[in-house]
Design a protein around this ligand. Structure first.
Ligand SMILES: [Zn+2]
Length: 148
């Protein structure tokens, strides 16, 4: 049951990340628009003869523009990383016969929990039932098992 909740949290946090990045993109676009406006006003102020105000506005505009481009780049990098780092949840199934060593690993399915008896009999000893002995996240470099 705990693993089931974990899986749900995973999908929830993934969609929250997506929402945040959408908001971030929106904010960045607004900042970018303001920066361009500031630069345009700076141009007009410069033409009007107020060079100090034009310089300040141009500075603000450039800083805001750089910042928004940087943020946009950063958020794109992050969303790319999130896509790669979604780990698979695997379920280990073992035969309940102690003398038998049959062990199978398949992808986690809804309703899986450790010590759950399965209706699918063992391939070697068809009279014995199989049991879930472990549920773990598959990580590429090192496999962390939570066998009990
Ligand atoms: Zn067996």
């Amino acid at each position: 049951m705990r693993m089931k909740n974990m899986a749900q949290n995973q999908t929830q946090s993934a969609s929250t990340n997506k929402k945040i990045s959408t908001y971030l993109t929106l904010i960045v676009l607004i900042v970018m628009a303001l920066a361009i406006t500031a630069l345009l006003i700076a141009g007009e102020t410069y033409l009007a003869g107020d060079q100090l105000a034009a310089g300040v506005l141009a500075g603000i505009g450039l800083i805001a523009l750089t910042l928004s481009v940087f943020l946009l780049y950063q958020s794109k990098l992050q969303s790319a990383q999130v896509k790669i780092e979604v780990p698979k949840v695997m379920t280990t199934i073992e035969c309940t016969n102690k003398a038998c060593t049959t062990k199978t690993v398949r992808e986690f399915q809804r309703g899986d929990y450790v010590y759950k008896e399965l209706d699918i009999p063992c391939q070697k000893c068809p009279t014995t039932k199989q049991m879930i002995t472990g549920i773990y996240k598959e990580i590429k470099e090192k496999e962390k098992t939570y066998n009990v």
